[in-house]
Design a protein around this ligand. Structure first.
Ligand SMILES: [Fe+2]
Ligand SMILES: [Fe+2]
Length: 251
């Protein structure tokens, strides 16, 4: 996979101009939908609202040592896009009087893990959350009949797919220079971290995931499928995911 940061810069610049949501779309949440999404959407809104200072610093350090002209401006645009997601969700929550969340323990852990680390670790932690958010937003889209919320989810999904592509290209580029055994160790550690995060996300957001058609097996299969797309095939956990996908119930 080739990394073209110049192309990614163009992508983020163009995407910035394509940011509109029609807030006049029909927007009715049933009591059941409201109950299912209330806490869950607040947690994702909090996750989207990071200031990205750690990531920005890591990008600056990397750009300096590698003499890279793009990474800092891409990271600025990327953080702005994520903050745009937080604003979209916030506006929707305000419309439905869903209170915002100021802190939660998973968000605290993710922020701490990204603090004062290099670009590789920072993006590794980030992509772990991003892949899971992709599956969450597709569940949220299926879990509601509100046209407005569905269109917000579609926008988030379009953006997040590109974020994941960008981050996996960047990580694969950084990792390819490392010795084989180091790469395997990094991959295993990342999978272990991803596995733990996946369990936390499932048990924290199972109401939305189930309402959106993901049983535990379906969620497990979808998570590993996305992970494989980003980081290639060939390990025990992915084989297990394949087996479970045969019995998975995805809506
Ligand atoms: Fe986002
Ligand atoms: Fe993202």
């Amino acid at each position: 996979m080739l990394l073209s940061l110049a192309n990614w810069q163009k992508h983020f610049e163009n995407n910035e101009l394509n940011n509109s949501i029609n807030w006049l779309l029909e927007d009715v949440l049933t009591k059941e939908e409201y109950k299912n999404i209330k806490k869950s959407i607040a947690a994702f809104q909090l996750g989207e609202s990071s200031e990205g200072r750690g990531l920005m610093q890591a990008a600056k350090n990397y750009a300096q040592t590698h003499n890279d002209p793009y990474l800092v401006s891409i990271t600025k645009l990327f953080i702005k896009e994520e903050q745009g997601h937080a604003l979209l969700l916030r506006r929707f929550m305000d419309k439905h009087k869903i209170p915002i969340l100021k802190r939660n323990w998973t968000d605290d852990i993710f922020r701490k893990l990204r603090k004062n680390v290099g670009i590789e670790l920072s993006v590794t932690v980030l992509i772990t959350a991003e892949i899971l958010s992709l599956i969450y937003y597709s569940a949220l889209l299926n879990a509601t009949n509100s046209k407005l919320l569905r269109s917000i989810c579609e926008k988030l999904l379009r953006d997040e797919v590109e974020h994941i592509k960008y981050e996996s290209e960047l990580l694969n580029h950084i990792r390819k220079e490392k010795p084989f055994l180091t790469r395997q160790l990094i991959r295993f550690t990342h999978q272990f971290f991803y596995f733990g995060t996946m369990l936390v996300v499932y048990f924290s957001h199972n109401k939305v995931l189930n309402a959106g058609g993901y049983s535990f097996a379906g969620f497990w299969a979808a998570c590993w499928q996305e992970f494989s797309c980003c980081f290639g095939q060939g390990n025990l956990l992915k084989k297990l995911a394949k087996q479970t996908s045969n019995s998975a119930t995805v809506g």
